[in-house]
Design a protein around this ligand. Structure first.
Ligand code: NIG
Ligand code: FE
Length: 410
């Protein structure tokens, strides 16, 4: 049995029993912290914690690793509920095109963007894709990510979508953190189906979904509901087919335009609606009527120079907010959640506490991991973050660009 004791922790954050599964509205300011604390883990499970003055819990000191966390904080691992970590190649040339004046949407209309990534992924073997992706997961873990959602969506053919999903399945087995798999065949219309939406949707529903069910390759189903991509009706048809084989919806909506996709996704019981750079009153009303987690991706806003999601407006309406990275080669080449934390504070005016709730409790909800992740509570099986020596917790989003996460502890 591997036992770890972390002692002299400056602040043990988001720690306690019977903490809520969601923090919304004004509650997002709440963040329990035990000062001068200890934490004990056994085989990755949280077995004891408290202030140093109430030391207790471990009776058997054999094989015990003791970590002295003097001056350091311990947090629940970040949960990244929206990423595209499996991809073939980076896309710096489009980055330079945008500097020279083209927009993300213009590049996509010329056959770049998602279709560019799909061409490159089609040429790559499953093994090479797995190796490259595993290295990325390890890098994300070094930034403090202890649970990860990964989407397909750079395949856009039966073979290539299945290749991506098989890679995600292998990552689930090979990596020490929880990974959730999302089928995003409806990420874009491939060139040969540009004028034949019916044909591609039939391919998704009649060819891809049955194979995914047969091999148990996905937990969730996603659609990019956006002008020039999938309409609300097209999204609904695809989500309904996914629901029939047990996949919960978790969708891309309102990145560039508000088409009414949020109301439809909430109606279909979506676990989360993600992006929300554009947000209308009707979207807020729809969110109030359900239990879907609104998820904002500030690194995407930063990189594409598009508006930031209005977290304050959501919280003022007593709604919760989750934050995720959207790590992908086109719109968000960084999966660093400390940077997301900082952007949320600087650009979205979330307090450090609100943003950390959005990266832990609410993000765990957005990937069905509330029972194991998101808080430091007895019996939970989540890694924790050990920070470097920092003066206070707000220093992490304040000192943007610094790597202040020392490591994950399991
Ligand atoms: O979430 N918006 C759709 N999909 C991704 C970007 C995909 C890409 O450009 O490769 C996103 O931003
Ligand atoms: Fe995305």
């Amino acid at each position: 049995m591997a036992k770890t004791l972390i002692k002299n922790i400056k602040g043990l954050v988001q720690c306690g029993e019977n903490l809520p599964k969601i923090r919304k509205g004004a509650e997002m300011k709440n963040l329990p912290i035990i000062e001068d604390a200890f934490l004990a883990l056994e085989d990755g499970e949280i077995i004891a914690y408290g202030p140093m003055s109430e030391w207790g819990g471990i009776t058997d000191w054999r094989d015990l690793e003791v970590i002295d966390a003097e001056g350091k904080y311990v947090l629940p691992a970040f949960c990244d509920s929206h990423t595209h970590t499996v991809f073939a190649k980076s896309r710096e040339e489009e980055f330079v095109d945008r500097i020279n004046g083209l927009s993300y949407e213009e590049i996509a209309l010329k056959g770049g963007g998602i279709l560019n990534s799909a061409r490159r992924l089609a040429e790559m073997s499953e093994d090479d894709l797995f190796d490259a992706s595993k290295e990325r997961v390890e890098r994300l873990m070094s930034y403090g990510t202890g649970a990860l959602e990964i989407k397909s969506g750079y395949g856009l053919s039966v073979d290539a979508e299945l290749k991506m999903l098989r890679v995600i399945k292998r990552l689930k087995e090979a990596c020490p953190i929880a990974i959730k798999s999302t089928f995003l065949g409806a990420h874009a219309f491939p060139a040969e189906f540009k004028e034949d939406h019916r044909g591609y949707i039939d391919l998704i529903i009649n060819e891809m979904l049955p194979k995914i069910a047969e091999e148990n390759l996905a937990d969730y189903i996603d659609v990019f509901c956006e002008r020039n991509y999938f309409s609300v009706d097209e999204m609904a048809e695809i989500l309904e087919a996914g629901i029939k084989i047990g996949l919960k919806p978790k969708v891309h909506v309102n990145q560039f335009s508000a088409l009414g996709g949020i109301a439809k996704a909430v109606e279909l019981g979506a676990l989360s609606v993600d992006h929300l750079e554009e947000l209308e009153d009707a979207d807020i009303e729809a969110l109030k009527s359900g239990s879907t987690m609104p998820t904002i991706l500030p690194s995407c806003s930063h990189f594409l120079s598009i508006p930031y999601g209005d977290a304050r407006r959501l919280m003022d309406n007593d709604l919760p907010v989750a934050l995720a990275s959207d790590f992908n080669p086109g719109s968000t080449p960084s999966g660093n959640l400390s940077f997301v934390w900082s952007l949320a504070c600087v650009k979205m005016k979330m307090t450090p506490e609100e943003a950390l709730n959005a990266l832990t409790i609410n993000a765990a909800y957005a990937m069905d991991l509330s029972d194991t992740h998101g808080t430091i509570s007895l019996g939970k099986k989540s890694p924790v973050i050990l920070t470097k020596e920092i003066p206070n917790l707000a220093y992490i989003p304040y000192a943007f660009g610094d790597q202040l996460i020392e490591r994950l502890i399991f």
